[in-house]
Design a protein around this ligand. Structure first.
Ligand code: NAP
Length: 525
């Protein structure tokens, strides 16, 4: 943690990751229970747009529903019209003229402050995620811990980029290269890491000197409203972050194509990412730049289990990677590719392990899995389960749980062909395909046979197989003998290849560069 005094004295401690809470600790459990009650008492609150610091309540609302109990309305967020989205972009353009003149260190100070306040309110934010997107306590806390990490990490990164950049000296000239911001950015996050990704993308954009139009996911607009309030509380000037909730299909195109928008920072599905990329490529009348698009998209992530793997460890890694947060992580394992020689043993042990997973209301810590995010997701996933039963052998789950919330059993379908639909398309739910590989070569071929390339994992005790995977397993984040989820800021810079996106490596040393451009200056002496 940093303080203003530390910052002023230039003594910022090196970055370290937040420790995720262990809710077996009675103090932490009591704290989150109190926060759950407090957040519940605020259900149905209204959250206005924020444009140039002005709060605007609109007729049209986005209702954030509790996916565990959709009768509960977590909050009502005003939805921006096209005109209001346009106003927000103009406000951001005006604010840019002063915000860009601050030093990187001055802007970093705001982000350090934001991290401190978020840390103070951690349990409330955890509780909000439990209700708004159906995260279990540990998953919610992991999300907020990661959000704090992003703030701490990007603030330090800004200080690093503030340092003189190395250029080759030459006689008779004084030369320097500095990083300057791009301009107005559209920040469009997903709902699944509703805290971490939303705050990380926003913080990276503004600490670099840009101003932002934040269009949150319609499934997680309340947490974004909380964060916008927090930024105002710490004194971020008006117009630097403008809050424009609204359905992507209604205001998305306007924001993406607006000639004053310099860059789009998007995380979400392949379909939306590709559309944004295509629209942004076409210059609009009055547009003076090529828009920069950072698009982090979907995954179809594999865990390969080699003949020489520790099967018990692999079963555990696959189970938590496939079913943590109901499989709704871009890094979730949705394909276990298992060597034929251990296939039967693996399937039998996995079936037993998955049978132990409790599904139910995430306000209760004993439930490992909560609901999927909304009704459309439930229907889409059930469609895949139905199809999967024609493409393989159902060995676990397959059904909806209860009738009130959007709960699904953890579902495993074995004997799936490598090119089957459920082995190729991103399902984004608790559905795992198990695929039998003839040998390790075959497993590697299968692992690379999708259009995605986000995360992957290999369980093996053979150094030669690790060497092969390092060369040939084509994913942005590759793990050995561990789960495929849980990338940590700074430790595992995150982003994927192919249709998984532009490999921005969030939480890594290259990330802020995506929000800046380098200016080279030379003076005759
Ligand atoms: P999504 O449906 O693509 O939505 C993402 C964001 O885009 C939301 O804010 C959405 O707003 C907005 N949007 C929708 N249509 C738009 C349009 N035409 N123009 C501009 N914006 C538009 O994805 P999601 O369901 O929120 O998130 C799940 C997906 O994200 C999965 O595919 C997952 O793999 C991926 N993901 C990737 C990473 C990564 O780092 N690679 C990380 C997390 C998630 P509305 O909600 O209003 O539609």
């Amino acid at each position: 943690m940093t303080t203003t005094a530390e910052h002023a004295s230039g003594k910022i401690a090196p970055f370290t990751n937040e420790t995720v809470k262990d809710f077996r600790d009675p103090a932490d459990a009591a704290a989150i229970k109190a926060a759950l009650a407090e957040v519940k008492s605020q259900f149905r609150r209204h959250y206005p747009l924020v444009i140039d610091g002005r709060r605007i309540e609109t007729e049209k609302k986005i209702r954030s529903l509790n996916p565990a109990n959709p009768d509960e309305v977590i909050g009502l967020t005003s939805a921006a019209s096209k005109e209001q989205a346009n106003e927000a972009i103009q406000a951001a353009a005006r604010a840019f003229e002063s915000w860009r003149r601050l030093t990187l260190a001055e802007r970093a100070e705001y982000i350090f402050k934001a991290a401190r306040l978020l840390r103070d309110r951690r349990f409330q934010y955890d509780a909000l995620l439990v209700y708004e997107v159906g995260k279990s306590w540990p998953e919610a806390d992991g999300d907020i811990a990661e959000a704090i990490d992003f703030l701490e990490f990007y603030a330090r990164e800004a200080l690093r980029f503030a340092q003189p950049q190395p250029v080759v000296p030459i006689e008779g000239e004084q030369n320097e290269m500095v990083y300057i911001p791009l301009g107005v950015g559209a920040v469009i996050p997903p709902w699944n890491f509703a805290g971490a990704i939303m705050m990380g993308m926003t913080a990276a954009a503004i600490v670099s000197g840009n101003t932002v139009v934040l269009k949150p996911s319609s499934d997680a607009a309340v947490i974004a409203a909380w964060f916008v309030d927090l930024l105002e509380e710490i004194g971020v000037p008006k117009g630097v972050v403008n809050f424009v909730p609204g359905s992507g299909s209604e205001i998305g195109d306007l924001i993406v194509t607006h000639p004053s928008v310099r860059f789009i920072s998007f995380t979400g599905s392949k379909e939306v990412g590709l559309r944004i990329n295509e629209l942004a490529a076409k210059p609009q009348p009055g547009q003076k730049w090529i828009k920069r698009v950072v698009a982090e998209m979907g995954g179809k992530d594999s865990i390969v289990v080699a003949a020489d793997a520790d099967v018990d460890a692999a079963v555990e890694g696959v189970a938590v990677s496939a079913f943590g947060f109901q499989g709704q992580k871009c890094s979730a394992c949705s394909r276990a590719i298992v060597d034929a020689s251990i296939y039967d043993e693996f399937v039998e042990k996995l079936q037993r392990r998955v049978g132990q997973i409790a599904v139910g209301d995430p306000t209760d810590l004993s439930n490992y899995m909560g609901p999927v995010v909304n009704e459309a997701a439930l229907r889409s996933i059930m469609g895949y389960i139905e199809k999967g039963q024609r493409e393989g052998r159902l060995i676990a789950g397959g059904k909806r749980v209860g009738e009130t919330g959007y709960f699904l059993e953890p579902t495993v379908i074995a004997d799936v062909a490598p090119d089957a639909t459920i082995a190729q398309e991103e399902i984004f739910g608790p559905v795992l395909a198990v695929i039998k590989a003839k040998d390790f070569d075959d497993a590697m071929t299968i692992a690379n046979n999708t259009e995605f390339g986000l995360t992957g994992s290999l369980y093996t005790s053979d150094e030669e197989k690790i060497r092969r995977a390092r060369e040939d397993f084509f994913v942005g984040n590759l793990y050995f003998n561990r789960k495929s989820t849980g990338a940590m800021v700074g430790v595992h810079p995150f982003g994927g290849f192919n249709m998984s996106g532009t490999d921005s490596k969030a939480g890594g040393p290259d990330y802020l560069l995506l929000f800046m451009q380098a200016k080279s200056m030379s003076r005759k002496v």
